[in-house]
Design a binder for this molecule. Sequence first.
Ligand SMILES: C[S@@+](CC[C@H](N)C(=O)[O-])C[C@H]1O[C@@H](n2cnc3c(N)ncnc32)[C@H](O)[C@@H]1O
Length: 358
Amino acid sequence: MGQASGRNDRLGAERRGAFALDAAAQRGKAVAKAAWWTAAGGLAKFITRPTEGKAAPRFASDAPPVSRGRLRRAYMSAFEKDAADVAAGLYPPMEDAPSHPAASILKAWDFLADARAVDERRRRGDGVEVRDDPKSQGYPAYYRQNFHYQTGGWFTADSARRYDAQVEALFSGAAGAMRRRALSLLARHWRGRDQRDLRAVDVACGSGAFLHDLARAFPRAGLAGLDLSPAYLTEARTRSGRGMMQANAERLPLADDSLDAVTCVYLFHELPPRVRPIVAAEIARVLKPGGVLAFADSVQPSDEPQLARMLEAFPAYFHEPFYGSYAETDLEALFGAAGLRVAGRDKAFLTKALLLEK
Ligand SMILES: C[S@@+](CC[C@H](N)C(=O)[O-])C[C@H]1O[C@@H](n2cnc3c(N)ncnc32)[C@H](O)[C@@H]1O
């Protein structure tokens, strides 16, 4: 008895030591990544000066200026929570950026080379250029837009390859850590479960950043990605090695009560108000009773009143036609109407996460 408990103590201490080492590795990577993408984002701003000159978007708000201290604390919270979850053994350290320096340089270079084209679209206020592209025919009108003024919208391989660099530069390297607030909630919920029995789909998986993290955290679970963009799905497949479905989230090609979890990151702020309840109901439909939605999206002004001015500025500089209505959406009521109740919540920097149970 005494010997067994001594061995357990020793094993526990070894495991904690290993997790602490992992967390240190995660912190080290976060510092490098934050510096890299802050520099790339700063350089893009230096090149394009989006708030100055002819036809720069005008933005007015009654919200008070954002304090630098508050912003820094919110930013750091994403990395601190991420490292704490690795230290707790909830998930392993993650590779967010290309691990090879040459690949990181190429990604940043490509992002910077495209920054002027994005800025020209911003100055023209042209968020629907992509409608001239025959590839966009047949998709819903709300989808046929150059979200973020990105080149090619959701319709080209170049856009899919460039997307992560754009997001990381926008959030100064914190995007992966922010998305993982949803992973943290799911990992706590699934702790102790046999992964081999679990099935989950990442709805609107984009280029696969979150699915890649899911696959690292739950390597034996049945995981797949779903998105409307064939180009982004190709990128996500390469990145995560998981199966993909091309489909509209309004009509999920999945049976009723078939999944243990759905994950959904940064989709809802890009949906028009009439579509959000349809997608929420579809997600609820495909979840098993007791299944969960791990959701992450932008914080709303009510979550972070001190950052409200920044949140209001976002859609003025990055084409986000539905962000204003998202900011005011009562998410608990939206998902509640679909039969999902809040079972957990978290937030870091500019992202909030909810765990919603059927
Ligand atoms: C802002 S990106 C988020 C991607 C990814 N989840 C992430 O964390 O980076 C939005 C994604 O939603 C997809 N999307 C938008 N509307 C959709 C719909 N109705 N059905 C399926 N996917 C949709 C887009 O193709 C795009 O990949």
